[in-house]
Structure formats: C-alpha cells, structure tokens
Design a protein around this ligand. Structure first.
Ligand SMILES: Nc1ncnc2c1ncn2[C@@H]1O[C@H](COP(=O)(O)OS(=O)(=O)O)[C@@H](OP(=O)(O)O)[C@H]1O
Length: 287
C-alpha cells in the first residue's frame, strides 16, 4: 500500500509534540489532536462547503463549529490545551481540520498559528473578490433581518459621494494580497493550498481531487459523492446513500448592482488582483 500518511502529522518541535495530542483517549481508540490542517478563509469563500466535502474522506476528522481560537483574544488566552479540547475525537490515522474564516484577514493569526505548528497545512478558499463583497453584504443583511433590524441597500454602502466607498469593510476583506503577504511572512507558499471557490461551486469534484492531492490523502472522494440539486441551485453531497445539502444560509441570491457600480468595482480590484496573482504565482478567472 502507498504510504500516503508518511508526511503527517507535520509536527516539528518538541513543545508541540507534547501538546499536540491528548492521551486521555476513548475506549474505542480515539483521541483529540491539534489540527493538522486549517481552513483559514476567506469569509464567504466557501469554507463550509470545503470542510463538508473534505469530510467525505475517511482520514479526515473535522471540528464542527468555528473555534475562533487564534483571532479572538478571549479564546486565545485560554491556551493550546483549551484549543485541543475543542477538537473532535479521531483515530491516529486521521487528520484533524478546523475552519474559521476570520483567520485569513486577521493581523495576529499567522504568527500565532506558526507558533503552534510551523509546518501545518493551510487551505485558503477564495472567490472572485466582487462576488465575495456581495456575499458578505448579503450575510450581514440577513443577520440584521433575523434580528428584525433594517440594513442599508448595497449601493448605499458601496458608494460615498458617488465614488466607491473603499472604507467599506466588505471591500477591504477582498484585498487578498494584503492578507496573503502577512501569511507568507510565516509560511512557505508550498504549505498553503488555494482552492478556487468559484470552481468549487460549479464543479466540486475536480477541485476536491486537487485538495486530496495537496494533503497527500489517498484518492477516496468520488464523483458520485456530488449531485446537482436543481431546487437549491448548488451541488449537494451524497455519502453512503445519505444525501445532504448545505444549510439554507449557504447559496443565497445576491443583490443586483448597476453596471456603472460593477464597473467601479472591477476597476478598483484590477490592481489588487494582479498583485495577488503575482504573489502566489497563479491566476484566477476573476472579472
Ligand atoms: N455546494 C454548495 N452549496 C452551498 N453553498 C456553496 C456550495 N459551494 C460553495 N458554496 C458557497 O459558500 C458560500 C459561503 O461561504 P462560507 O461557508 O465560507 O461562508 S462563511 O464565511 O462561513 O459565512 C456561499 O455564498 P453565498 O452564495 O453568498 O451564499 C456559496 O456560494
């Protein structure tokens, strides 16, 4: 049998070795491990879809919720022992993965992750920056709606005095090169795999094959694990006969924006996108 697991668990220094694994194990042979893989973002990039699809693989064990360990002070000060305790119970041959989309855009997170495990594998799923802005807006819009609060129309946030409002948070979070530079101060590009979130929506299987390869996992995820659900308008998962789609909050319709505004967004993101492509030595089909 091919030794796919030979490079794991990536743990490189003594301190981490000591804390990376909790020896208080279940009778069934499972234990908790610090993550071997992190899905760091981007917010609205398709992080949940990526985590669910990766979980189709039997060697993957995923933390269900977003832990926000590295980005929130209150969590981080609880220490690695606490973080370890948030991890799922898994078998020694499995890899633990956690996803918190806020990690990618945080200034403090790369160094903190590095201090935990400098050879950890990072997955970053990105979408067209403009799509991401509209998805981000839609998310916040629904958050307000849920609380019966009103929220401005998208054009009122995107524009200020008839010009693009570059202070708008959702626009800033799409300046991928700025955040990427910070990650690359700590991690080599070869340890960061960038998933094309637009392609993962349109045709998930080939993208997941690439993720499997990057993680050195045996090829297990199959084309029949995915089926297109016409009602949802997205791919859903089929796992040992069980069908499931992502939550209804995933795959929402975005607001239509006027062509002149779309033009402004395109102009604005042109240079940042180019900078990002140069930084990672890879291009994407962004507008
Ligand atoms: N298969 C499938 N089903 C449903 N949704 C899918 C799928 N694949 C990718 N996506 C896209 O995932 C987007 C949400 O991204 P995240 O999970 O990263 O959002 S979050 O930051 O955790 O809130 C979500 O964004 P919206 O379309 O704006 O809702 C989806 O476009």
């Amino acid at each position: 049998e091919k030794n796919y697991m030979s490079t794991f668990p990536f743990v490189n220094d003594e301190e981490i070795r000591k804390t990376s694994f909790k020896n208080v194990s279940h009778p069934n042979g499972t234990s908790q491990y610090l993550p071997h893989i992190l899905i760091i973002g981007v917010r609205k990039g398709g992080t949940r879809a990526l985590l669910e699809m990766l979980s189709l693989h039997s060697h993957i064990s995923a933390a269900e919720s977003e832990i926000h360990f590295f980005d929130l002070e209150d969590q981080y000060k609880r220490g690695l022992e606490w973080y370890l305790d948030q991890m799922p119970f898994s078998y020694p041959h499995q890899l633990t993965v956690e996803k918190t989309p806020a990690y990618f855009t945080s200034d403090v997170v790369p160094e903190r992750v590095y201090n935990m495990n400098s050879t950890i594998r990072l997955l970053l799923i990105l979408r067209d920056p403009i799509e991401r802005v509209l998805s981000d807006y839609t998310q916040v819009f629904y958050n307000h709606k849920q609380k019966n609060k009103s929220y401005p129309a998208v054009e009122d946030l995107l524009l200020k005095n008839d010009e693009l409002n570059t202070d708008y948070k959702a626009i800033n979070r799409s300046l991928y090169h700025i955040f990427m530079e910070n990650w690359l101060k700590y991690f080599p590009l070869k340890n960061i795999y960038i998933v094309d979130g637009d392609r993962l929506i349109k045709d998930p299987f080939p993208e997941m094959q690439k993720v499997e390869r990057f993680l050195n996992l045996s090829p297990q995820i199959n084309v029949s694990n995915f089926y297109f659900n016409k009602t949802k308008g997205f791919y859903c998962l089929r796992d040992s006969g069980r069908d499931r789609c992502l939550h209804e909050s995933k795959g929402r319709a975005h607001p239509q924006i006027k062509p002149f505004l779309l033009g402004k967004l395109r102009d604005y993101f042109h240079e940042p996108n180019k900078k990002f492509f140069e930084l990672v030595g890879q291009t994407f089909d962004w507008l």
